[in-house]
Design a protein. Structure first.
Lengths: 825, 189
């Protein structure tokens, strides 16, 4: 069979791939008929409200529910006593209870649930629940967490209020820095931000007529919710069905199993009736799991030629009150630092702390936009000092295709250089940079992201995605996959790939997705994995169906099966396309010849060479690359930064649908600009007379500033197509990567415009003004605190004789082997 | 004598509401605390109208109230007595999409689709009043509608295209990105 990156045989072009077609779910979306979780209503449905902690850190002494239970219309009240079994997205941090059992850890932590005949009755009764707290000291920042080992917010982690501390030496970086011509040291801060998906999380749980539990929810990860719900509720997973409804945006904010989902399920089990909860916007801010605030220190040594000789990154993450994805987030603040520019020796230290705030987790780019900001701004400073053009420096130092990096990430294909060249050309970089006059400037940055995490969240050897096809006698095709449509277009990817292989139109393919009872497992819409992983599973399933149809059609057409073509809804002799039959007839012939036509396909990421402990975070079947030039106008009086235009190029491998790809790129630029300029998930302490509780500073869409339409600049999108052998028909991801270059490109543009460095995201008017007034023309963090780093794992890079394992790892894994294809980038 | 209008379960008062929704007269008993948004979604099952904040901040719940653009999350339902409400469900008349809906579908203006009903209603309000709306007019009219997916540009392009269709002018197809062919596996050649 031909490789999936190849076009159809016989020199034909693609049937539907690359065409600017309407997405398959567009009609439902523009008519208002898409059924999001909160649009579901069932007869006899009850409504649920959560009672949430009003204090940031306390022991729960008593939760008095009698008055609430006696209130009009109330059917059930649940508390932590109903949820003794903990859960969490990562196996290593099962630290959440659906309702708090003994402690509350942030303002908004759920304590009790009231279930009543309508929302108002539930809300009124929820106010009757009386909670008695014994306050504990509040820990408000990573610095406080490091200085305050007791009281511990969680009883797991790496001691005190350190959740996770990791240390790696990929070669001797101190020696490299000692020998460097110049050493640059910078401290950066990247503020936390939240997803702010327009749809508020909602869940409806009910018992099917056969008594089994169904939970329909706005979740990006139905499979992981399935596991968590079954575990907490003590049910066999086969008795639980999760339906991930189409979502009104996710961006990573619906990727954890959430307390409200499991409590609604329990309430349905207890009452025997459907139960709905729809979160308020304030509660969505409490769910959070957004961008970690990260303080970081970067040290980079360069030689006379400007090449990097050693690079060191230390990160300090403000994790909030629970583990969430935090262990992975911590690794991600270091893992992808090496895949863009050649770094022969690399040192990484990362530390995530617990604080009494809503937990941080994965937001578009998961843990990588923060160090990316630091690296790309530091490169700008290096080039300024060395008198180099920062675009040229990046092109010269780009990691080559087929490289293994210092930390053993395998870069198979890269479009980094063409992306850089494209934005340099389109923006007039060489002619215009530094010449736009005071107050106007250009900045450049580049980045990389994964096309799917190389490992599932929990260890297993099974596929990451599966697709099942049903072909009916009328020529219809139904594709089943429990993948999750969060708006990114995954349903369309599924339909387009199946249609391409079978010579149909996307509209001929019905997709059944997001349902753990009706589709094979797809791990979820996270880590930009769906196009590549579900896509490969879809191509495999469709190719198997095609083989069966080709065999049956070949007999009728009297040609060998490999001479049977598919296109325009027909199955034909490629040597004489006039000799053909309808697709439906081919299905009928295949069914007559071999029984019902149903096929499956699945995909598992290939093994990777990073065998050291912690090396499982970062490997991916492919990396996508992006480069951006941002033009800004800076008002030196007010400090206001206005983006004027963005040129962005993205290494897409192959664009399955250019409209949807552009939509993801422009949407990423938008979200990157929001982070770069204004978004802040920030907290403040209430005054003494109001308990000094640590509360969210702006838990509403008005106060949490995000860009509106008039804030958006013009965006020129360029796609670099270089088919990726691991991608379906060569496709790479586009949902997350294009966000990454925007914040650093903007900060670099501000420097070009007014000559100041704002080493901190967001670049607010206050910081620009502070930098303009300061002696060193800089605004940003002054210092990086002392962190008790653990002993480093020493992993020699490939070119220093390493084999991908740590030389000092206590338990070496079996199967580690040398990789002959390793070449120094 | 008429029985008191109370919900039997919660013993709360209910008020009679008669109004016109999408051209059809509706009469029902509603909780006086409910907003127009809640009555549309919960009592009339018209879930096309969305909510993102219920505080008048995001624009997802936009409807036309007597032809004027209104945020249904801020309108007490009982104030709609005798008035006419138009929601996204009435944008098309029959199975064919309204030109705005078709343009949103063709130009990639709906990604997750959650802001789309409010955007469509606000855009219709604009084009009804100003069929020759320019990009600036569109930006201003939609400034209160938040979208978290698209970056807004495709939405503006769709409204511009729909305006042309409604004016009987030729409309451009969706704006496409430039495509550069990369070298073999990343080498720029």
């Amino acid at each position: 069979m031909a490789a999936p990156s190849d076009p159809p045989p016989g020199g034909a072009s693609f049937g539907v791939i690359g065409r600017p077609l309407r997405r398959v779910d567009a009609r439902a979306k523009v008519t208002g008929e898409t059924r999001y979780a909160d649009d579901l209503a069932l007869p006899g449905m009850l409504h649920m409200k959560l009672v949430r902690s009003s204090v940031p850190h306390a022991r729960l002494l008593a939760v008095e529910t009698r008055a609430a239970l006696a209130a009009e219309g109330v059917r059930a009240v649940l508390t932590g006593a109903d949820f003794p079994v903990p859960f969490g997205i990562l196996p290593v941090s099962q630290d959440e209870h659906a309702l708090c059992t003994d402690k509350v850890r942030f303002v908004g932590d759920p304590i009790a649930a009231v279930v009543a005949v309508d929302e108002r009755a539930a809300e009124e009764a929820a106010r009757l629940v009386k909670v008695t707290y014994e306050p504990l000291a509040t820990i408000a920042s990573p610095e406080e967490a490091l200085a305050t080992p007791e009281p511990r917010i969680q009883d797991h982690g790496d001691g005190g209020n350190v959740h996770k501390a990791v240390a790696f030496d990929f070669g001797d970086v101190p020696a490299a820095l000692a020998s460097a011509e110049h050493v640059f040291e910078d401290t950066f801060f990247y503020q936390g931000s939240t997803h702010l998906a327009l749809e508020q999380h909602a869940t409806v749980a009910w018992l099917d007529p056969d008594g089994r539990l169904t939970v329909a929810s706005s979740t990006q990860t139905p499979h992981y919710l399935h596991r968590a719900a079954a575990k907490v509720l003590g049910l066999p997973p086969a008795q639980v069905r999760i339906i991930a409804t189409p979502q009104g945006g996710g961006f990573g904010g619906k990727t954890d199993p959430f307390n409200h989902e499991i409590v609604a399920a329990k309430a349905a089990l207890v009452t025997g009736r459907p139960v709905k909860i729809g979160l308020t916007r304030e509660e969505v801010f409490f769910c959070h799991r957004g961008r970690h605030p990260v303080l970081m220190r970067l040290r980079t040594g360069v030689g006379k030629d400007g090449r990097v000789v050693g690079h060191s990154v230390e990160t300090l993450l403000d994790g909030g009150a629970y583990g969430s994805y935090g262990v992975a987030s911590t690794f991600y603040t270091g893992a992808l630092e090496t895949v863009t520019y050649a770094i022969p020796r690399y040192r990484f230290r990362g530390c995530r702390t617990f604080t009494n705030k809503p937990p941080c987790g994965p937001k578009r780019g998961h843990g990588t936009p923060q160090p990316r900001f630091g690296l790309e701004v530091q490169i700008d400073k290096i080039c300024e000092k060395l008198g180099r053009d920062p675009a040229e420096w990046r092109i010269e130092n780009a990691v080559a295709a087929g490289s293994l990096t210092a930390n053993w990430m395998m870069v198979r294909t890269t479009g980094l250089v063409p992306c850089l060249e494209a934005v340099v050309k389109a923006s007039g970089w060489k002619e215009r940079r530094g010449k736009l006059g005071r107050g106007r400037g250009l900045g450049i940055a580049a980045s990389a992201y994964m096309c799917g995490a190389g490992h599932p969240i929990y260890f297993n050897d099974m596929p990451h995605s599966g697709v099942q096809l049903l072909l009916d006698r009328g020529g219809g095709v139904t594709a089943f996959c429990a993948s999750t449509e969060v708006g990114q277009g995954s349903d369309n990817v599924l339909a387009v790939l199946v249609a391409e292989v079978l010579g149909l139109q996307p509209g001929d393919v019905r997709v059944v997705t997001g349902d753990t009872a009706l589709g094979p497992v797809d791990l979820g819409s996270y880590s930009s994995r769906v196009t590549l992983m579900m896509g490969n599973a879809a191509v495999e399933a469709a190719s198997r169906a095609r083989e069966r149809l080709a065999a049956a059609a070949a007999a009728r057409l009297e040609v060998p099966p490999d001479q049977v073509g598919f296109g325009d809804g027909r199955v034909f002799d490629v040597g004489d396309p006039g000799r053909s039959m309808s697709f439906a007839e081919a299905v009928q012939r295949a069914e007559a010849a071999g029984g019902t036509v149903g096929t499956v396909g699945s995909y598992k990421a290939p093994p990777h060479p990073a065998k050291y402990k912690g090396g499982g975070v970062g490997p991916s079947p492919a990396y996508s690359y992006s480069a951006a030039v941002v033009e800004v106008e800076v008002d030196e009086g007010t400090g206001l930064v206005r983006p004027v235009k963005v040129w962005i190029a993205h290494d897409i491998g192959r664009a399955l649908n250019p409209i949807l790809v552009r939509g993801q790129v422009v949407g990423s630029v938008y979200m990157g600009l929001g982070e770069a300029l204004m978004e802040e998930q920030a907290f403040r302490r209430l005054p003494e007379r109001l308990s000094r509780a640590l509360v969210h500073r702006s838990p509403s869409m008005l106060d949490y500033k995000s860009p509106t339409g008039p804030d958006m600049p013009e965006v020129e999108t360029i796609l670099v197509e270089d088919p990726e052998p691991n991608g379906p028909f060569g496709a790479k991801e586009v949902g997350q990567g294009p966000l990454l270059p925007i914040p650093p490109a903007l900060a670099n543009a501000v420097h070009d415009a007014v000559g100041v460095r704002v080493d901190e995201i967001p670049v607010t008017p206050e910081k620009v003004r502070a930098a303009l007034r300061s002696a060193d023309r800089r605004a940003g963090p002054a210092r990086f605190p002392a962190v008790p780093w653990p002993d480093a794992l020493i992993v020699p890079p490939p070119w220093e004789g390493g084999d991908g394992t740590a030389v000092n790892e206590p338990k070496k894994r079996k199967g580690a082997e040398r990789h002959p294809e390793a070449v120094k980038p | 004598m008429e029985a008191p209008l109370v919900a039997p379960e919660t013993r709360r008062e209910r008020l009679r509401l008669a109004f016109v929704v999408n051209g059809e007269g509706r009469e029902l008993l509603v909780d006086p605390c409910k907003t127009l948004l809640e009555v549309l979604r919960e009592d009339l099952a018209l879930t096309g109208t969305k909510h993102g904040c219920e505080l008048g901040e995001c624009g997802a719940c936009a409807v036309l109230l007597d032809g004027e653009l209104a945020l249904s999350c801020l309108v007490p339902a009982v104030e709609c007595e005798g008035r006419a409400v138009t929601t996204v469900e009435a944008l098309r008349d029959g199975p064919e999409l309204h030109p705005l809906q078709a343009a949103f579908a063709d130009h990639g203006a709906a990604q997750c689709g959650y802001c789309t009903p409010g955007m469509l209603v606000a855009a219709k309000w604009l084009l009804d009043r100003n069929p020759a709306a320019t990009r600036d007019d569109i930006e201003r009219a939609l400034a209160g509608q938040l979208c978290r997916c698209t970056g807004y540009l495709q939405i503006y392009e769709a409204v511009e295209a729909a305006g042309r269709v409604l004016r009987g002018e030729p409309a451009p197809g969706p704006r496409l990105p430039a495509i550069v062919r990369g070298g073999a596996h990343g080498r720029s050649e």
